[in-house]
Design a protein around this ligand. Sequence first.
Ligand code: ADP
Ligand code: ADP
Length: 226
Amino acid sequence: MIRFDNVDKVYASGHQALNNVSFHLKKGEMAFLTGHSGAGKSTLLKLIALLERPTRGNVFINGHSLNTVNRKQVPFVRRDIGIIFQDHRLLMERTVFDNVALPLVIEGYPHLETRRRVAAALDKVGLLGKERLFPTMLSGGEQQRVGIARAVVNKPPIILADEPTGNLDPHLSVEILKLFEEFNRVDVAVLVATHDLGLIARMRYRTLTIKGGYLTNDGLSSESAL
Ligand code: ADP
Ligand code: ADP
């Protein structure tokens, strides 16, 4: 589903954020991506989402090389990827419905189908009935779940999450991770970047560890977090 082959990323500043990174995340596999701040986690996710391009090497999604994707094709590749950010990036002056519906509106879904899918996504994250509310009326955990509903509303086969629990307490963090597990159970590939080692230790998942741009460990979370 996601494959990195000897990927380097050197930013225009000259800083090398990733160094010869290779790994393979299969369809329906869930993994953590961990490492200190500045290790290269966000850079790795950005390469998958086509927000950055590799300097060397190749990234494959579904067997297709992203190196051959031109600017016009980028939106089509991105449809397969649901992204969740730490700061959820909701439109605060829009309702919960509008926020979750956004990816479908961009894709031009018919109105009835949009309503049905938004309801299904909100149901999945436990927020059915909150359509008309504004994000400011919700708790931090609920806002994060709106961001998750938006990321999964068009049922992408890949979910990327960048520090999705960064602003949440440990209990809410586990709740969010359980949501990812549910998506994972229906064969969605999930990659969760986090430096929350406590959270990783509580869940037994494959964990990719990066240090200074190098992938230094790829194993089960309980081993790498200790
Ligand atoms: P993490 O997500 O693990 O905190 P990042 O991938 O954000 O790490 O950053 C890795 C390194 O690359 C850091 O040293 C960061 O300062 C640098 N970096 C990130 N984005 C850019 C950029 N656009 N230009 C130059 N350097 C960058
Ligand atoms: P619907 O017809 O309501 O759109 P489907 O019957 O097509 O839903 O999908 C069956 C189930 O597959 C859904 O209930 C949902 O839980 C799950 N599913 C498939 N892909 C995803 C995804 N990317 N994110 C979340 N759930 C998904």
